[in-house]
Design a protein around this ligand. Structure first.
Ligand code: NAD
Length: 327
């Protein structure tokens, strides 16, 4: 199969591409604009493989997308503006990339008869849930400009299936962690700051609950959806480890050899969702998905990766990690 992977130089997309090219015989084209979040170093382990191609392009650039699309059997669409705090500071790039960019890809994929389009989305489209867990038919109720733009793109992808019978599958996952994650997100930000003796900022009372998913498990779920998901369906991909941010920070402090004096409480994020929780019954029953990485082992390996790879995360100009905080 020849697969077009958008956003393949980012955190999750690069894990997906590295995994695919080391385990399968597919050919992969990565299309990525290399924004602040994209990094070619994430693809270094596969960059010289004959089955790998890279094109630096913006998914909003319809002309280039039109030239790149022919000959691909599937699209796996990761490219997005992905950070909630940045969307609160300025929503426009979120709307243009996440909504308009997705439509550009859907249009080109349909025109060129691409077999399958996997749209990678988030649990944040549902808003917040006090108890229990969402199933895939839960109405969307996003809180932030980021999650609203992802909800818009999900609906456009699903509409493309309903209107044009295009073979679209949508996946929605919980919070990812693992190596190669840009350090504006909670775990890499906290780990790198704690390792360098700095303080870390904790939002509000620290009681917000997130469900953590190792990036390798997420990519396993996406692969199942790509290979065997039913057209027009939504599949949740969850990790099963629910923690308050306070509990998570306690574990990060222990893993980095620091104590609570390293933590500074900061004003809560505007519109901060209290809790996310996904039911994974559907993907488990239909596609045999089960997360394989235990949180304790995954977190220890992630901390070790940041400790061992300072050249990857040391700021490459600017100090974006000062401006934005959280998961
Ligand atoms: P990321 O920010 O690390 O990477 C995004 C990638 O997309 C980067 O390589 C960037 O250069 C590229 N990109 C951004 N705008 C682009 C554009 N206009 N044209 C082409 N490329 C562009 O994001 P991530 O954490 O790897 O997330 C990947 C996908 O998974 C996103 O769609 C995100 O919404 C979704 N998701 C992420 C998480 C998480 O915990 N990280 C959770 C749920 C869903």
């Amino acid at each position: 199969m020849r697969i077009l992977v958008t956003g393949g130089a980012g955190f999750i997309g690069s894990e997906f591409v590295r995994g695919l090219l080391t385990r399968r015989t597919d050919r992969v084209t990565v299309l990525d604009a290399l924004t602040y979040a994209g990094n070619l170093a994430n693809l270094a382990p596969v960059a010289n493989l004959p089955a790998f191609d890279f094109i630096q392009a913006d998914i909003r650039d319809a002309e280039t997308v039109e030239q790149v699309m022919p000959g691909h059997d599937a699209v796996v669409h990761f490219a997005a503006e992905s950070h909630v705090d940045r969307s609160i500071a300025g929503a426009t790039p979120f709307v243009t990339t996440n909504v308009l960019g997705t439509q550009v890809l859907l249009d080109a994929a349909r025109r060129h008869g691409v077999g399958r389009f996997v749209h990678v989305s988030t649990d944040e489209v549902y808003g917040s849930i006090d108890s229990g867990a969402w199933s895939e038919d839960q109405p969307l109720d996003p809180s932030s400009p980021y999650s609203a733009s992802k909800a818009g793109s999900d609906l456009l992808a699903l509409a493309c299936h309903r209107t044009h019978r295009m073979d679209v599958v949508v996946t929605r996952c919980s919070n990812n962690y693992g190596p190669y994650q840009y350090r504006e997100k909670l775990i890499p930000l906290f780990v790198t700051r704690l390792l360098t003796g700095e303080q870390v900022p904790l939002y509000g009372d620290g009681g917000n609950v997130r469900e953590w998913l190792h990036v390798a498990d997420h990519c396993r779920g996406i692969e199942l959806a790509l290979d065997r998901g039913r057209p027009g369906e939504i599949y949740h991909i969850g990790g099963g480890t629910e923690l308050t941010n306070r509990e998570l920070v306690g574990r990060l402090l222990a893993a980095c050899g620091r104590d609570w004096s390293a933590v500074r409480h900061v004003e809560d994020r505007k519109g901060h969702d209290r809790r996310y929780a996904l039911s994974v019954e559907k993907i488990r029953n239909e596609l045999g998905y089960a997360p394989q990485v235990s949180f304790d082992e995954g977190l220890a390996a992630t901390v070790a990766w940041y400790r061992d790879n300072p050249d990857w995360w040391r700021p490459r100009g600017g100090t974006p990690e000062k401006a934005v905080v959280g998961a």
